[in-house]
Design a binder for this molecule. Structure first.
Ligand SMILES: [Fe+2]
Length: 323
């Protein structure tokens, strides 16, 4: 089961809970969203002044976005706006927090975990590691990065991009007096945390500073407005395609059928191949360019599957009886 729809949720008045597991003692957390089967989650974490931990790794891909305060990680200093993607099994240096800090902390594959280590796991995909200040060291791009596009007045900074699934992590803003009058939905889950400012949506009302949503695929959202503008941290779990329409009563199932009709019209050969009986590949078809893509953590996460090695064990062949 994937994460449930949470929207709108405003975390600012919710109390922190003590984070009482190894590697996190001396910090507090709020759960913003949680996959109860895998343990994957998005947390807001408060690292109390004096928080320290030794070098170590997590068993899950992890993302962190620093909201305020200063966090020392090895030789790096992470300040407000710092973003890091830390692949599962890759160790990071000792952490210390002098005067307290708050951050969004995301574990993408499983529950929060920490294993003390000053080296990487041999299978860690360390090339995916990123660590930079997103406020200072990344440029704003236009919102029409994705086409069909949101209305003029949205800017995007891409922080992380998964080449296999096209999942993205990004900052976005809406300019003051931003307006978009259509309704959108996507094939992907969409997540957002409002760092500052308020946006309004027809279905869910105002989302103020500290507002959050985890929105599963095919759920209508929009029209939009932001009177004074806002800046937010967002993620998708796969390719973001904007399906736009003007029917405020359409259901997620109707939207899903409309998306399939879109595929049927625009990529008929692919639709026919995928939908035809006897040719389905529920575990994903072969890809000659990415032969091991089933093992990619993000792909596994999307399909809720065990590692490919277990999945691809061929069933025992039936012996033909000789007459
Ligand atoms: Fe959206």
């Amino acid at each position: 089961m994937a994460r449930p729809h949470i929207e709108p949720y405003v975390e600012l008045d919710a109390p922190y809970k003590k984070f009482d597991i190894a590697g996190f003692k001396g910090s507090h957390y709020k759960v913003l969203s949680l996959d109860v089967d895998s343990g994957a989650c998005t947390l807001k974490v408060r690292f109390d002044g004096g928080y320290k931990r030794k070098p170590g790794l997590s068993y899950s891909d992890m993302e962190i976005f620093v909201l305020n305060g200063i966090i020392k990680v090895g030789k790096e200093t992470w300040r407000e706006g710092h973003y890091a993607f830390i692949p599962a099994g890759m160790h990071i240096g000792a952490i210390s927090v002098g005067r307290g800090a708050e951050a969004l902390v995301m574990f993408n594959d499983s529950e929060p975990s920490y294993y003390e280590s000053d080296r990487n796991h041999q299978l860690a995909l360390t090339d995916a590691f990123k660590s930079f200040n997103s406020y200072v060291d990344a440029p704003w791009g236009p919102g029409n990065l994705v086409s069909p596009s949101v209305a003029t007045g949205v800017g995007i900074k891409v922080l992380h991009y998964d080449v296999l699934t096209q999942a993205i992590t990004f900052l976005y803003y809406m300019s003051p007096e931003f307006m978009q009058n259509n309704i959108s939905y996507h094939d992907c889950a969409e997540e957002s945390y409002h760092i500052w400012g308020t946006s309004w949506m027809m279905q869910f009302g105002d989302l103020p500073t500290g507002g959050y949503f985890w929105r599963p695929p095919y759920i209508d959202h929009g029209a939009f407005r932001s009177k004074l503008g806002c800046i937010a941290f967002g993620r998708t779990d796969s390719k973001l395609h904007n399906y736009f329409h003007f029917n405020p009563w359409s259901t997620p199932d109707e939207n899903k059928l409309r998306a399939a009709a879109h595929l049927y019209r625009q990529r008929p050969q692919l639709y026919d191949w995928v939908a035809s009986e006897g040719h389905n590949h529920p575990h994903g078809p072969p890809d000659h360019e990415h032969p091991h893509y089933h093992d990619d953590a993000q792909v596994r996460h999307l399909h809720g599957r065990a590692p490919a090695a277990e999945r691809h064990q061929a069933p025992p062949r039936k012996r033909k009886r000789r007459r």
